[in-house]
Design a protein around this ligand. Structure first.
Ligand code: ADP
Ligand code: MG
Length: 222
């Protein structure tokens, strides 16, 4: 599913340098990414989704070399095929919850809203416990509700790849389990691949594999 080779990235502004000689993630694998703050976990998710480009190396998702696409192609590919739950949510505060969830459909012509999609908004919102908040502006939500909105938006396209950046970070223990259950259920249902950055070490044994980012500081391969 994901194949990274000879990847090198630096931001040019500080000491940070990410170097991944090789990393493979199989289709339908559920991988947890752990590692110290500032070690490049978010950077890796952004590289996989083509939000940023490496200085060197290749990032392939299936047959697609993500770093060889043009900017518009890459954006379209990302919106249609990847569910990205951002660490800071990136919700639009001038839209209500429902319109935030539907946003991927409004920003690419590759996706069309139909009744099935509208039903999916409702069922996802119910599953995430925010069905009564669909008409509310996101400014008036708690952190946990914002997070769950961001998760619904990531799932609405039934993506084959889900990138979750600390998606359970702001939740109390019972909601954490609920959200992770929903993420896993959606991943299984869509036969998708899940890559989740997490600090919740008690959740790690639910994943197929754990990648510790410390190893990339030494330039080892996985
Ligand atoms: P993590 O998610 O593991 O906490 P990040 O991938 O967010 O780490 O960041 C890795 C390093 O890159 C940090 O030192 C961070 O300050 C730096 N960094 C992240 N984004 C940028 C950026 N856009 N410009 C410059 N430096 C950045
Ligand atoms: Mg991060």
């Amino acid at each position: 599913m994901i194949n990274i080779n000879s990847l090198e990235l630096s931001y040019g502004t500080d000491e940070f340098r990410l170097s991944i000689p090789q990393l493979k993630i199989e289709s339908t694998e559920k991988v947890a990414i752990i590692g110290p703050s500032g070690s490049g976990k978010t950077t890796l998710l952004k590289l996989i989704s083509g939000i940023i480009q490496p200085q060197r190396g290749r990032v392939e998702i299936g047959e697609v070399a993500i770093n060889e696409l043009s900017d518009p192609q890459c954006r379209d590919y990302r919106i249609s095929n990847i569910g990205y739950i951002f660490q800071d949510f990136e919700l639009l505060d001038y839209l209500n919850v429902q319109d935030n969830i539907l946003h991927p459909f409004r920003i690419t012509q590759s996706l069309k809203i139909d009744n099935q999609v509208r039903d999916r908004v409702k069922s996802l919102a119910e599953e995430m416990g925010i069905a009564d908040k669909l008409k509310r502006l996101t400014n008036n939500l708690s952190q946990g509700e914002k997070q769950r909105t961001a998760i619904c938006r990531a799932m609405i396209t039934a993506p084959k790849l889900i990138l979750a950046d600390e998606a359970t970070g702001n939740l109390d223990p019972s909601n954490k389990t609920k959200i992770l259950d929903a993420l896993f259920r959606s991943t299984d249902k869509n036969k998708a691949t899940l890559i989740a950055v997490t600090h919740d070490h008690e959740l790690l044994d639910r994943f197929d594999r754990v990648i510790d980012f410390k190893q990339f500081c030494d330039g080892e391969s996985v």
